[in-house]
Design a binder for this molecule. Structure first.
Ligand code: NAD
Length: 489
C-alpha cells in the first residue's frame, strides 16, 4: 500500500498527519526544484501555516524540468504529493510527519505550454527556486550569465527547457495580457541569491527583448534569503525504515536535522504568505545574516574538516565529540570570527554559536569531513580568508583563522598524522599539488599562492603567522599544534 490521501487512515500511530482540509488550499507558489531541501524547508513552513488555518491561497505547485525529475513526478502522482518528513534529533529520537502543502506537481517536459499558461494566470504570485548553486548559469570567472547555455531556449521561446526560458516566456505573456508580475524567490545557498537570480533572469530576458527586461525589472521582485537546514540525500535505508514506521510505503521521504532557519528580505511583488507567523524572519537586508552564516557555520566547517581528518576522524559528529576540536572551533568563532560580523538583529550570537556545535555533534545526520573538504580551494577563500583580511585591516591577531588555512595546506600532503592516506578531491588539484611541494620546502612560498587565496598572501603578518603554524603542524602534528594554539587564549 502506498502513502496517499486514501491510505492516510492506515498510517500507524506516532506519525503526525495533516489536520487541515487540503481541498481548501489553492495554489499561489510555483516551486522549481522539488528535491530534499525544499520539502524539508519551505514546504514544511507552509504546512505549519496551513495547520494554523493561515495562508490557504498559498499552496505549492512543484515544478520539475530536469530528466531526473520524472521520478519525482511519478512519486508525486502516486502519493498525491504527500510525503513524510523525518527530523532526526541528536538524542536519536525521530519525529515523523506527513506533509500536505505541495498540492500539485508539474513535470514541465510533459506539457510546457500548459505550465507557462499556469504561470501566466494571476494565481501565480511567487515563483520560488531551489535549482542548486549551478542552476543560475553564472560563469565562475566573469560572474556573468552564460548565454551560451540557453541558446536553444532563445531560439525556441515557445518550447523552452530551462527555468529561464519558461519563466521569462510566462512573464512576456503576462506583460502582453496586462497581468502584473510576480516574485522570483531564490532559496539556493548562494550569497546574495536574489541578486544572482535577478541578474540571470534579466540577462536572459534582455537577450530576447530589451523592453521585456525593463518591464520585468519594474514588475518582478527578487528577494534575497538565507536558508539553513542540513538535509542529506534520502538513502534506501531511510526509505525502508520510514515505510516500516508508517505501515504504508513512502517512495521518497525526506530526512533532515531539527534546526531550521530562513531569513528573508521582505520584498514581494504580488503579496506573500504570512511567513512571519512561523519560523521565517523577515528583514530589510539579509547581508549581515549571510555573513554570520558564512563566517561561523561555513568557515567553522572548514576549521574542523582538515584538523579532523588529520586526527583520523571520519564523520563531522565524531570530530566534534573531540573536546580539543570543539574548543578550537569555539575559540575561532569567539576570538576571531565574531568581531568581523555586522550587528544581526533578532539573533543571540552566543546561542547561535552553541547551536552550531550541537548541530555538528548530531550523530544521526552522518555528514562526513571528506564532504566538507571537497573543493576546499573554493571554500577557504570564500569563508575563511575574509575573516583574516578583516582582522588584518584592524591590526588584530589572526592565529586561529590562519591556522584553518594552514590545516588545509597540511591536508594537501595527502596523509594524516598517522600516515594514513587522505583522498584529496578538489577541482584545483594540480595547482594544489605544486603548492604543497613548494610549501614543504619553504612555507613562505604561500606568498606565491595569490591565484588561490587572493591578495592576503602578500601580507607580512599573514606570511609570518602562516609559517610559524605550518612548521609546528608539520613537525609536531595536529594535536600538539591545537594545544599550542589554544594556549594563546
Ligand atoms: P536535490 O538534489 O534533492 O534537488 C535538487 C533539485 O534541483 C532537483 O529537482 C533538480 O532537478 C533541480 N535542479 C538541478 N539543477 C537544475 C537546473 N539547472 N534547473 C532547474 N532545476 C534544477 O538537492 P537539495 O538537497 O534539494 O538541494 C537543492 C539546493 O537547495 C542546494 O543546491 C542548495 O542551494 C539549497 N540548500 C540545500 C541544503 C541541504 O542541506 N540539502 C541546505 C540549504 C540550502
Amino acid at each position: 500500500i502506498i502513502l496517499n490521501p486514501l491510505t492516510l487512515n492506515k498510517v500507524k500511530d506516532g506519525v503526525r498527519l495533516p489536520t487541515y482540509d487540503r481541498s481548501e488550499i489553492k495554489t499561489g507558489i510555483f516551486h522549481f526544484g522539488v528535491g530534499g531541501f525544499h520539502r524539508a524547508h519551505q514546504a514544511l513552513i507552509m504546512d505549519n501555516l496551513f495547520t494554523m488555518g493561515l495562508a490557504k491561497d498559498w499552496g505549492i505547485c512543484g515544478v520539475g524540468i530536469m530528466p531526473v525529475d520524472q521520478k519525482m513526478r511519478d512519486v508525486m502522482r502516486d502519493q498525491n504529493c504527500l510525503y513524510t518528513l523525518v527530523e532526526k534529533e541528536s538524542s536519536g529520537q525521530l519525529n515523523y510527519r506527513v506533509i500536505g502543502s505541495i498540492i500539485e506537481y508539474i513535470y514541465a517536459p510533459d506539457d510546457v505550454n500548459a505550465l507557462i499558461e499556469r504561470l501566466t494566470k494571476p494565481e501565480a504570485r511567487i515563483v520560488s527556486l531551489t535549482i542548486t548553486e549551478g542552476g543560475y548559469n553564472t560563469n565562475p570567472v566573469t560572474g556573468e550569465f552564460d548565454l551560451s547555455l540557453v541558446q536553444d531556449d532563445l531560439k525556441n521561446p515557445k518550447n523552452p527547457k530551462t527555468v529561464f526560458g519558461i519563466v521569462v516566456e510566462a512573464l512576456k505573456r503576462r506583460k502582453e495580457r496586462g497581468v502584473s508580475g510576480f516574485t522570483i524567490m531564490s532559496c539556493d545557498n548562494l550569497q546574495e541569491n536574489g541578486k544572482i537570480a535577478k541578474k540571470s533572469f534579466l540577462s536572459f530576458a534582455e537577450a530576447i527583448d530589451k523592453d521585456l527586461s525593463t518591464w520585468i525589472e519594474k514588475n518582478v521582485t527578487f528577494p534575497c534569503s538565507m536558508v539553513d537546514r542540513i538535509t542529506p540525500v534520502t538513502t534506501e535505508v531511510d526509505r525502508l525504515k520510514i515505510s516500516e514506521k508508517l505501515g504504508v510505503v513512502d517512495q521518497w521521504p525526506v530526512v533532515c536535522e531539527p534546526f531550521i532557519q530562513w531569513v528573508l528580505e521582505d520584498d514581494f511583488a504580488a503579496g506573500r504568505p504570512t511567513y512571519e507567523k512561523n519560523i521565517v524572519q523577515l528583514v530589510k537586508n539579509v547581508a549581515p545574516y549571510e555573513l554570520m552564516k558564512l563566517r561561523l557555520i561555513n568557515a567553522g566547517h572548514q576549521a574542523i574538516a582538515y584538523f579532523g581528518l588529520l586526527l583520523d576522524h571520519f564523520y563531522v559528529h565524531e570530530a566534534t565529540q573531540n573536546d580539543q576540536i570543539v574548543k578550537y572551533l569555539q575559540s575561532y568563532m569567539d576570538f576571531e570570527a565574531t568581531s568581523t560580523l555586522d550587528p544581526v538583529d533578532g539573533i543571540d550570537l552566543n546561542q547561535y554559536k552553541s547551536t552550531i556545535i550541537k548541530r555538528f555533534q548530531n550523530p544521526n545526520v552522518l555528514d562526513t569531513l571528506a564532504r566538507l573538504a571537497v573543493d576546499g580551494s573554493d571554500r577557504i577563500p570564500k569563508f575563511v580568508i575574509p575573516v583574516i583580511e578583516d582582522r588584518l585591516t584592524k591590526c588584530e591577531s589572526v592565529w586561529l583563522s590562519t591556522s584553518v588555512v594552514v590545516s588545509f595546506t597540511r591536508y594537501l600532503n595527502g596523509v594524516d598524522d598517522k600516515g594514513k592516506k587522505i583522498q584529496i578531491v578538489d577541482r584545483m588539484n594540480e595547482k594544489l599539488s605544486v603548492l604543497d611541494k613548494k610549501l614543504r620546502k619553504d612555507p613562505t612560498a604561500i606568498s606565491d599562492a595569490q591565484e588561490i587565496f587572493g591578495d592576503v598572501v602578500k601580507n607580512k603578518i599573514f606570511i609570518s603567522t602562516f609559517k610559524e603554524i605550518y612548521e609546528k603542524l608539520q613537525n609536531e602534528g595536529a594535536k600538539k599544534t591545537l594545544d599550542w594554539l589554544l594556549s594563546k587564549y
